[in-house]
Design a protein around this ligand. Structure first.
Ligand code: GUN
Length: 292
């Protein structure tokens, strides 16, 4: 039986509507407008696209945004000064530094500087450290991995006791996704470029989160029958039938995998829309946390 398609666009839209309603209630109560500061360094086209989508979402959900578009050659000191001033600015609830930063900047020091109460991306060492420890709760969970878990939960996929494979170990997706699965009592294997038998590992997975950034890397015959497949990849693939000359595909060969999987996210329209919806929810929550 072909897989149930997990409609990330619809699930994200429902979450966005919930956040919109909560923001409207907050404003009706005379409280401040949740406001996100975005920090974009340099001129990477993909980063600029993501940041402008985040700002657009703020406006659509009734929240505020302030943008800092900074030159590629900004110094560490200058960038740190900007982060410190955003930390001190009471009109700013969330701070998002779009990654990756140019190579000359120390990303770790920048992320460490963001006040934990404004760390809506959940990348500060304190939030990640809490996520990694049993019985501790981070204030904010990174948006894309949390989006993956949210899609599984909304689709009724049982995480507790499941064998889960996370393909990729990045700080942004793979590692926090693995921590979130562990916190929900899955048994987790993290596969990466040095893993000996990736196909064999994936064949045992009830849940697969693929975040390796390789076009259609996972083949259909690697998927355990009935497994839930969450595809985080966004890769462009040449396609002469498209006006642009390419189309977006994931890290999983969707056409093959959907024949065996129990649940699968499409690309686009799966995990992608969840990232921004989660960021909006975190920004709303940041404003609530800062009220008290
Ligand atoms: N770069 C790729 N994904 C993300 C994300 O979720 N947040 C930030 N800040 N940068 C990213």
């Amino acid at each position: 039986m072909p897989a149930q398609i997990i409609d990330g666009k619809l699930i994200a839209q429902n979450l966005r509507e919930e956040v919109t309603a909560k923001v409207a209630r907050r404003l009706a109560d005379g409280k401040t407008k949740p406001t996100l500061a975005t920090v974009l360094v340099g001129s990477r086209v993909d980063s600029a696209t993501y940041v402008s989508a985040k700002q657009k979402a703020c406006a659509e959900l009734g929240m505020g945004s302030v943008s800092h578009n900074l030159p590629e050659d900004i110094s560490q000191e200058e960038l740190e000064k900007i982060i410190k001033s955003l930390n001190a600015d009471k009109s700013i609830n969330g701070i998002l530094v779009q990654l990756p930063l140019p190579a000359h900047l120390n990303e770790e020091r920048i992320l460490q500087l963001i006040s934990i109460e404004k760390d809506v991306d959940g990348f500060s060492p304190l939030n990640i450290g809490r996520l990694a420890q049993k019985g501790r709760e981070p204030l904010f969970v990174p948006c894309t991995p949390y989006g993956c878990i949210y899609l599984l939960e909304k689709s009724g996929v049982k995480i507790e006791g499941a064998n889960a494979v996370v393909l990729g170990r990045s700080n942004i997706v793979g590692m926090p996704a693995a921590l979130l699965l562990i916190s929900r009592n899955a048994t987790v294997t993290v596969c990466h470029s040095r893993t000996k038998d990736i196909a064999g590992m994936i064949r045992q997975a009830d849940i697969l989160i693929a975040a390796i950034g390789k076009t259609e890397f996972v083949r259909g015959d690697w998927i355990k029958p009935g497994a839930a497949v969450i595809d985080v990849g966004i890769n462009s693939k040449p396609d002469a039938t498209k006006k642009s000359g390419y189309r977006l595909v994931g890290d999983v060969n969707y056409d093959e995998a959907k024949e065996t999987a129990g649940f699968i996210t499409p690309v686009p329209g799966g995990v992608g829309p969840m990232t921004i919806a989660m960021l909006m929810n975190n920004t709303y929550r940041a404003a609530e946390i800062q009220d008290s």
